[in-house]
Design a protein around this ligand. Structure first.
Ligand code: ZN
Length: 103
């Protein structure tokens, strides 16, 4: 049986999967690398999907609203914001390409 959405809630994606999603969003330009404009943190009042990991932010959880410099509003779990920040820090990423051995 699959566990129902109860107790800890559906926000149980493993961290590597969240990081992979965030990297894809960064690469596709949805999440700007280091382009944060306004940032607000508060308690969520209605459940909705996280812009980062895609799972629900549940009523009562802390959520972060980010308005990027291009005017896009993103709503994220605090954890996803932290992972995003880590992923956009250059030293936190593996080297994007290994050119050694290429002609
Ligand atoms: Zn999230």
């Amino acid at each position: 049986m699959m566990p129902a959405f109860s107790g800890d809630g559906p926000d149980t994606l493993p961290e590597p999967i969240i990081r992979e999603r965030l990297r894809r969003l960064i690469d596709s330009g949805v999440l700007p690398p280091g382009g944060l404009g306004c940032l607000w943190e508060w308690t969520c009042h209605h459940q909705h999907a996280c812009s980062g990991c895609g799972t629900a932010i549940i009523k009562g959880e802390i959520e972060v609203e980010v308005t990027t410099r291009s005017g896009v509003v993103l709503l994220l779990h605090v954890r996803c914001l932290e992972l995003w920040a880590e992923e956009t820090r250059p030293h936190a990423r593996p080297l994007p390409e290994r050119r050694r051995g290429l002609a």
